[in-house]
Design a binder for this molecule. Structure first.
Ligand code: MG
Length: 274
């Protein structure tokens, strides 16, 4: 009769015993062992409504001026139009996209936008703008959350409002009519890069569009390109950019734009997990 070699038998016993040892250790823990009091989350005052900025938000546009914005092309002061408490895309030739003066890593962003009732055009030419969640330079595509009139306008679904342009179809189309204000609430986790520029961890985005979740922790494949496959290019912090798409009809308006930095450490571990 054949017998197991002693070392193999021992290995089998140890493998079977490992989960039991972990269970034994867990059963010896007290409930206090998994309850922590540090680090305490900062106490902040929420906004009057969920659309209003909480006390720790950075106000990017409050209806008064575009002081927090610069030209994305040359970083001169932004030359869009501020009127009736709204920030309007400039149709003037050469004005182009604007971006925030400040740069951000992981954040929560609230932004409201409106398509004019006089909107004309179709497909991608109807109310096209965009919120670039990281604008990494004039030569880069960046990471675009599409703005478009999709109330009654057919286009490719990975390019409609609420899409991560050409990468993620929104989970629903909760578009409001032109002339009505619409909201994006965005949670952005920036990509991380190794010192040699290679990707350490991808970007993730969650988007709530008019109160409806349209992107659920979507893992981006890189920058959102008009032509070609997405790819990553290393950056650390980046401004947020708004798109002047050059549509002919009355421009798109924005209002109530605020952001909160998220002090998020994806590698955080509790003591018993280390
Ligand atoms: Mg766009």
């Amino acid at each position: 009769m054949r017998t197991f070699p002693t070392s193999l038998a021992l290995a089998l016993v140890m493998t079977a015993a490992a989960p039991m040892l972990a269970q034994d250790a867990a059963s010896q823990m007290k409930h206090q062992d998994t309850e922590v009091y540090e680090p305490a989350p900062p106490i902040i005052t929420p906004g009057k409504t969920d659309a209003d900025p909480p006390s720790d938000a950075i106000i990017l546009f409050d209806g008064k001026n575009q002081d927090e914005w610069v030209s994305a092309q040359d970083h001169t002061p932004a030359k869009w139009t501020v009127s009736d408490g709204t920030l309007k895309v400039s149709k003037e030739h050469g004005v182009g996209n604007i971006e925030t003066k400040k740069s951000f890593k992981d954040y929560q962003l609230h932004i409201e936008w409106k398509i004019p009732t006089t909107i004309e055009g179709s497909d991608q030419g109807r109310g096209n703008s965009g919120v670039f969640l990281a604008s990494t330079g004039p030569g880069d595509a960046g990471y675009e959350l599409q703005v478009l009139d999709n109330y009654n306008n057919k286009t490719y679904v990975n390019g409609q409002a609420g899409s991560i342009y050409k990468q993620a179809i929104p989970l629903a189309t909760p578009s409001r009519k032109p002339g009505e204000w619409q909201t994006y609430d965005v949670i952005w986790t920036a990509p991380r890069f190794n010192t040699d520029g290679s990707l350490k961890s991808p970007a993730y985005v969650t988007v709530i569009f008019n109160g409806v979740i349209v992107q659920n922790h979507f893992e981006l494949k890189g920058q959102t390109l008009y032509v070609g496959k997405p790819f990553y290019k290393a950056y650390d912090k980046a401004p947020i950019k708004l798109q002047a798409h050059g549509d002919k009809s009355e421009p798109i308006s924005f209002r109530n734009i605020w952001i909160r930095d998220l002090n998020f450490d994806p590698s955080y571990k509790f003591s018993w997990e280390k």
